[in-house]
Each structure stands twice: as structure tokens, then as C-alpha cells.
Ligand binder design. Sequence first.
Ligand code: IPM
Ligand code: MN
Length: 382
Amino acid sequence: MKGQKVESLQVLGTFRLLGFLTWDTYKTGGSYMYKIAVLPGDGTGPEVIVEGIKVLKAACEKFGIKMDFTEYDLGGERYKRTGEICPDSVVDELRTFDAIYLGAIGHPDVKPGILEKGLLLKLRFSLEQYINLRPVKLYPGVWTPIKDKEPEHIDFVVVRENNEGLYIGEGEFINKGTPDEIAIQISRNSRKGVDRCLKYAFEYTRKRNKNNNLKLVGKTNVLTYAFDLWERAFNEMAKDYSDIKTDYAHVDATCMWMVKNPEWFDVLVTDNMFGDIITDLAAMIQGGMGIAAGGNINPEGVSMFEPIGGSAPKYTGKNVINPLAAICAGSMMLSELGEQAVADAIENAAMEVTSTKLKSMSAGKMGYSTTEVGDLVVEALG
Ligand code: IPM
Ligand code: MN
């Protein structure tokens, strides 16, 4: 539990001797002060993050939890102004926080790929956030495009590998610009990288304790190197988890079932690229990007939580974007920090708001402004 982590400053030596006190607990009169780095980012990112922090502050106060927020000005505007995206020194500073809370990355004036690679992927990779955790849950009152499906049918979690696969950005052009051009993009799957992701997925399935079912999603019939490794590693690890039922599905079939029978799923584990694609499909069946949250997790380090949607430039500054995905990302952050009770309180408050207040999850159609939705969640916290 990161909350109990002792700071590594020398000055803490005396306090450490006491065995239970840290400098932070001393400063805050008894409880640990969580240090959160906030990266509001681009577009509607800052608007949803303001609501997320509003809810986090209210919930933490209610539960007697101390949280301190430090804002970082990273994203498209800063890049345009200074040419800097995310300097290594900032990455090192971010390592000293308990968690990172991210709004959105992507700017209409910046060519796609630059900020994504220079900021989002850079942080995921350098902080070794090797898990991308994406819960897919249809909250009460939320419209799903899948006919006849209710909250009890849509409640599963995708564990996406987040540091390897096609995302390593390696490859080459051969004969670039000629009719004989060939572009090669490498998917890297290391045994260690796959094993640590699978281990997280097995442990997560056990802890979740819903159906105790873990499904490997791949493409063993075509990707005969990558998914040969994944499948071997999966089957070997399954022997250590006799309480977990395992099975395998091709990624294309998974897409089909996600629409037809989402109730079949409990926990899915897959590689980076397939995980990226199926979680957009999954986000739609849970009610859209306005409600879908995710965590980039380093179980031994600093994790980063974000609404999984983009920066939505056309809605920027209009106070119409749905902040619930950011609010739910805040709940996931607390859960990862070991504060499950307050994490649950936020999620329950969000569910109360979706079931009793919001007309739609879509920007501009909620029946309330961004700010009002934040207020409603605070109110529902009681
Ligand atoms: C996501 C996004 C990112 C990804 C992009 C912005 C690089 O789509 O978080 O799913 O592909 O991982
Ligand atoms: Mn994506």
C-alpha cells in the first residue's frame, strides 16, 4: 500500500525510528498526505480534471484522507510555446509522487502522434506502467447501444499490456516513397513483459472474485510468434492459479461477443494493440467515452489515471463535456492507493448521478453542465 510508504529524505531518520510515524503523518497530524501530480493537458482535459479534483477533495475530506495536488503544465499549448513536450527532468519529478492524474492529450494544431508519443507513451514507458486497466461497467441509468442489455450484463475488466507490442515504435521503411516501398512495424513481446502482465491479470481476477474467469485474447491463428509466446506463458501460469478458470478467444471473435454476449466476460488480458482497440468498443457498450476511465499501472511504482477519451477540441471551454470518466479515474486512483472505501464511495456517487440525474452521457446532452455534474457527484457523496 503506497499510502504507508516512507519518504526517503534523510531528515526523516528520527521519525522512522519511531516505527510508525513519517514526516508527512507528522505534518498532517496523523494521516498520510498523498502527493498527486495533476496533468490537465489539452482541450477539455482541464475542465474534467477540475471536476475530478472537486470530487476527490470532497470525498477525501469526508473520509479523513489528505491529498495534495501539484499541477504540471504539459501538453499542446506548452509544446507550441516552448517546443518542449515532457522533459526527462519532469519524468524524474513525477516519480516522486504517489500517483498521476491526467486529463487528456491531443491538440488540433499539433500533428497527431507527437504529443501522444512524447507525453502519454513516454510516461507509460518510462514509469514502467506496464498495465493498462480498463473496467467496463454499465452504470444504472446509462444508455447502451446494445439492445436488451442491463448493468448485470456489462461488467468486465480488460487488462491491457501497456509497455510492449506494436507500441514500442520500432520498425523501418524500405524503398520509402517508391512503388516498392515496404513499411515494417515491430511487435515486441518479451517473456518477462508478458509474464508480469499475466501475473497482474491472474491476481486481479482472484481479487475481483466475480466469476474467477480470465480470458486470454489474441490471434494465435495468424500471429504465430507473438501469441504463441502469450499462450504458452498463459497456460503455464494458469497451473499456479487452480482457483481461476482460464480460456482463450481470438480478438475478432471477442469483438463479436462483446456486442452479442458481453455477460460472458469477467477479466480479459491481451496485448497493447488489441487492448487499445477492444477497449474503445468496450467503452461504447458501457455508455461512451464520457464514462470510460482507465489506469496506467505500475504495481511497484507510480501509476497514472485518466479518462480514456481524447481532448475533444470542439467542446473545449463550453462547459458541456462529461466529467464522469475523469471522476471515475479518480476513484480508480484511490483504489490503487489502497483507499478502497473512498474509491467505492466515489463510484457509488457517480452511479447515483447516472441513475437519477443525467439524461445522457454525451457532451451537451447530459441535461447539466460539466460543473453541475461535478456538483451532483459531490452532493451524492452525502
Ligand atoms: C489510449 C489512446 C492512446 C493509445 C493514444 C492516444 C496513443 O488511444 O489511451 O487508448 O493508443 O494507447
Ligand atoms: Mn485508445
